[in-house]
Write a protein that binds this ligand. Structure first.
Ligand code: HEM
Length: 455
């Protein structure tokens, strides 16, 4: 596959029209490249300009390829959350959840959820994170094969549900959520890059499976809300904040908004963390020297007792391992925005209503930003080296008003889990394991199977 570019059309004065990436097919445009090898395709676009035009079916999309311009895009008021990714996600997340809302609704919703994610709120989640991290390592027996996909989902869902929704949810729910999200996110991605509308309504097995998974996801959320209401309890948690939220007129928000908000917390909260845990497990198996270094750090910090939430701040190297795994394998690999007015980005003209797209995966692996860019090197995050990394070249949680509210929450649990895993086990690959990158709305290994060996 090649990405040839055509000459930039340069008007006499003013912003330029970006180059167009080559290889577009009639009807599908660049959609086939985004289906066939999207990561390679997105990673090559910077060779053709800081902003590059793509075709998705009849639509023109503007790909932003430099760290600096992704920062401008995320921070400018000229762009909102919208575009093909969000349109397809609305079918999943609903139209009234924080992840897809804009303007005053979005600001109000962020105010509702933000307190649960503030840095000073995180220590209250410490005991649950500790318990779940240790329960995970306790479940695994020496020599057995671990299905890393279901195990990672399980712990991610349990932590999100127990910390934020105070749900004592059965593992069966985590399993259901895992299956439903896997199917729904795969289907959503296809619908985004190959927008063949009516074909997705045909009663084909793949469409039926997608519809079943989507229905179960919404049923799960209804069950969670109904259970809380039936309990008559009002703990001080995110679910209570959502159930009791008021609109700008001081009236209770509607049932649909409550439902969509819970979906908007639970779905990104489990898929992203689960994918990152899978990559961390893969890293521990692939790089035993780094796994040993994590174990040594944990031993030095804890003096042999089980790792605790309060240790997270001292686990500098473990934290750098998590960051480096997220650099090479960002769960969220593609993001979109829409221009609300005609504007300019890096000297390029962006028409009003244009959809823009950028890839944290491409940005975070770019040789122009990182020395030995494809090497797993956690020490690149040491204070004396980190200053060489360009601004916005590492932004797995995004930036600006749409930044993930859960950055502290996620980093704390990921660091704790990595520390608990590396202290107790070494990991070996198992025949039949497939760690190739599976591209959907998030990135994760296809089917990672590992064998834990006690230390
Ligand atoms: C938004 C990444 C974990 C809830 C985002 C965005 C990114 C992201 C990149 C911004 C999207 C954009 O700019 O368009 C991640 C990563 C995670 C993670 C890499 C873990 C490794 C979580 C968790 C939760 C969560 C655990 C909740 C429990 C949300 C929500 C938004 C969001 C609600 C929408 C925010 C808004 O639009 O105002 N996440 N996330 N995320 N994330 Fe996360």
């Amino acid at each position: 596959m090649t990405v040839e570019s055509v000459r930039s059309e340069t008007p006499a004065a003013g912003p330029r029209v970006p180059n167009r990436a080559g290889g577009a097919l009639p009807l599908l445009g660049h959609g086939w490249q985004l289906v066939r090898d999207p990561l390679a395709f997105m990673s090559r676009l910077r060779d053709h300009g800081d902003v590059v035009r793509l075709k998705l079916g009849p639509k023109t999309l503007y790909a932003v390829t430099t760290p600096a311009l992704t920062g401008v895009l995320a921070l400018s008021n000229d762009f909102i959350i919208a575009g093909p990714l969000w349109e397809s996600l609305e079918g999943l997340l609903g139209k009234e959840g924080v992840a897809t809302a804009n303007g005053p609704l979005h600001r109000r919703q962020r105010r509702t959820i933000q307190p649960a994610f503030r840095l000073d709120a995180i220590p209250a989640y410490g005991p649950v994170m500790e318990e779940e991290a240790h329960a995970l390592t306790e479940r695994w027996k020496a020599g057995e094969t671990i299905d890393c996909t279901s195990e990672s989902f399980r712990v991610a869902v349990r932590i999100a549900a127990r910390c934020l929704l105070r749900g004592d949810y059965m593992d069966e729910r985590a399993e259901r959520l895992c299956v439903a999200l896997a199917t729904v996110f795969r289907g959503m991605y296809r619908r985004m890059v190959v927008p063949l509308g009516p074909l997705y309504r045909l009663p084909l097995p793949a469409n039926r499976e997608f519809n079943r998974a989507l229905a179960d996801l919404h049923l799960l959320v209804d069950e969670i809300i109904a259970e809380r209401r039936a309990s008559g309890q009002r703990p001080d948690d995110l679910l209570t904040a959502l159930l009791e939220a008021k609109d700008d007129n001081g009236k209770p928000i509607g049932e649909q908004e409550i439902h969509d908000q819970v979906v908007a917390i639970l779905t990104p909260g489990s898929e992203t963390v689960a994918s990152t845990i899978m990559w961390l497990l893969h890293m521990l198996a692939e790089h035993p020297e780094h796994a040993d270094k994590v174990r040594d750090e944990v031993e030095a910090v804890t003096g042999g007792r089980p790792v605790a939430f309060q240790d997270v701040r001292s686990l500098r190297h473990t934290n750098n391992v998590v960051v480096e795994a997220m650099r090479l394998h960002p769960a969220v690999w593609i993001l979109t925005r829409r221009a609300v007015r005609e504007t300019e980005l890096g000297g390029f003209r962006i028409p009003a209503g244009a959809d823009l797209v950028y890839s944290p995966y491409a940005i975070q692996r770019d040789a122009r930003s990182y020395e030995r860019n494809l090497e797993f090197d956690p020490d690149r995050w040491l204070p004396d080296r980190v200053k060489d990394i360009p601004k916005h070249a590492m932004s797995p949680f995004s930036t600006g008003n749409r930044k993930c509210p859960s950055d502290h929450f996620s980093m704390a649990q990921l660091t704790l889990i990595t520390a608990a895993l590396a202290r107790k086990f070494r990991f070996e690959q198992v025949a039949g394991s497939n760690a190739r990158t599976r591209v959907g709305i998030t990135l994760r290994p296809y089917d990672l199977l590992l064998r834990p060996v006690p230390r």
